[in-house]
Design a protein around this ligand. Sequence first.
Ligand SMILES: Cc1cc2nc3c(=O)[nH]c(=O)nc-3n(C[C@H](O)[C@H](O)[C@H](O)COP(=O)(O)OP(=O)(O)OC[C@H]3O[C@@H](n4cnc5c(N)ncnc54)[C@H](O)[C@@H]3O)c2cc1C
Length: 380
Amino acid sequence: MEFTFSDEQRMMRKMVRDFAEKEVAPEIQRMETEDRFPVEIVRRLGELGLMGIPIPEEYGGSAMDYTSYIIALHELSKVSATVGVILSVHTSVGTNPILSFGSEAQKQKYLPKLASGQYLGAFALTEPSAGSDASNLKMTAKPTGDGYLLQGTKMFITNGGYADTFIVFGRTSQEGGYKGVSAFIVEKDTPGLHIGKTEKKMGLHGSSTVQLNFEDCYLTKEQLLGNEGDGFKIAMANLNAGRIGIAAQSLGIAEAALTHSVAYAKQREQFGRPIADQQGVSFKLADMATKVEAAKLLTYQAAFLRSKDKPCGKEASMAKLFASKAAVQAAIETVQIFGGYGYTKDYPAERLFRDAKICEIYEGTSEIQHMVISKHLLQD
Ligand SMILES: Cc1cc2nc3c(=O)[nH]c(=O)nc-3n(C[C@H](O)[C@H](O)[C@H](O)COP(=O)(O)OP(=O)(O)OC[C@H]3O[C@@H](n4cnc5c(N)ncnc54)[C@H](O)[C@@H]3O)c2cc1C
């Protein structure tokens, strides 16, 4: 396993780090207090070539490998997990399904717009009664002869209020479970697609999470992604890789928690000396640093495998499971190290805690990652 970054990847890391510190950090307060979607930051992500990092040049992307994309998510999430999730959903599950499963005409039509940031992508799998058990989805996509008619509701759709395209999953036949599920590319202005309730969330303030309602929403045959019945395969293929993105987001949060904790522990004095001199505090820092390092190795291992088109389902789940837990634990300890100040909104500790928690839930909860990993172990 090769863990050395290339010169190009190091340049990407520096560029994203500088952008995050100079342009994203000043916007955090506004995202937190106004819950405002950062349209200007998304526009800048496009200008910097970050909205299509792993997309080939012929489709208007930056043509870099998956590891470079993970580096960008890691760096952005150190500063803002909100910006991290916007980019992660847009790329991993909003754009990649078209690259992997789209017809040439679909690729030509959508990828240049998505990769340049002119379009924002979203992914609509979850429903009110189908979350972890996504194969139980109820949405229908009834064949009508010349197209499909979508009926149903999607839940918790990231980027939903601002997205231009949605990868939507519905049943084209009434076979049970994953059979009969098909994927579609749906444009935002399609008649019958209604953007519903915007969720008020614990964290990730500024990211858009909405319900989508489809009422007699007519799609042409050209909007079918892959073949009829391929939908579940498409969803799972992209979620596998998407989990590496959530691992990178978690890693960014955990590393930010560690950085803030070390700085605070060195300057905050109690009992006549910095609290960092107390073993009760310094051992917490040592534990956090060890978990951050382990999360980094798992995340980049999965990213390197994905970059080389090697199977990485187990490694992606392990990275997401471990890194998300590390982020939650690190953020809890950060609140503790900051004491009473950590419980206030004047310091970043409480935001890191609120942002970390979702990483154990979306793109497959920790319980689902355990199921995926154990299935690999018992089948291999
Ligand atoms: C902020 C946010 C953004 C999201 N973005 C998107 C998006 O862009 N697109 C999208 O399609 N979805 C999105 N989701 C949905 C997310 O992926 C689901 O919430 C998640 O998969 C869990 O589904 P659920 O909420 O229905 O929980 P449930 O599936 O009802 O699970 C509830 C609890 O039961 C546990 N559980 C369920 N089944 C088992 C089992 N077999 N064994 C052990 N434990 C089990 C779960 O782990 C969990 O702890 C988002 C959610 C949130 C909150």
